[in-house]
Design a protein around this ligand. Sequence first.
Ligand SMILES: [Mg+2]
Length: 242
Amino acid sequence: MLRMLMLFDIDATLVTTSRSGMLALGDAGRELFGSFEIDGIDFAGRLDPLIIADLLRANGRAADRANTTAMRDGYRRHLTRRLAAPGIARALPGVHGVVERLCAEPGVTMGLLTGNFEDTGCLKLRACGIDPDRFIVRVWGDESPHDPPQRHHLGAVGLERYRKLHAREARAGSVTIIGDTPHDVECAKRNGARCLAVATGSYSAEQLSTAGADRVVIDMSDVDDVVGWLVGDRGSRMANGQ
Ligand SMILES: [Mg+2]
């Protein structure tokens, strides 16, 4: 049996939370410091620890441990409150079907590779009716072993967790990263993985294709097509290096 690892991004790939994450970070900052601006900070595809550090600095605050811890605490509380509002959080088109199908696929190990912290990433997924435990290999935004952390560092962490889980290496070409930004594409390329890009975030299909994604879809609503590309004709696709 050919084994495969699928590593899914969360925001704008599996779910949309109507900017709840950004807004909750703004809430947390205002609660701590009074005024606090979130405009002008790049959120898409980036690691939460870097986003919090950028926000603190942009607002004239030290990105030290005390402020970072306080921001994380406030972020979690305000995100919980915001996600409880009806209609705010939902799985993107086709996601429930794709996850369901892949979980039933022999040899497929489901995973997450995300800029989110574990607690808030799980909050977002659960708010959209997705059980985080369906993803066996999970790599979170604060798990880079390097300083400064970058998203592509997380690929190696995921591969190592896969190796420990199965007592074998993930074969070259058997790992796919699914994401919505050029950061996800770069993470795949730097880790020898394929990339399925979904244009459900702030980047167009053309931009994701230019970034080097192996396949781009507008969304995952065509479940058969998406699952077919991810697991179908595995041998021939790998042989062709596509
Ligand atoms: Mg994303």
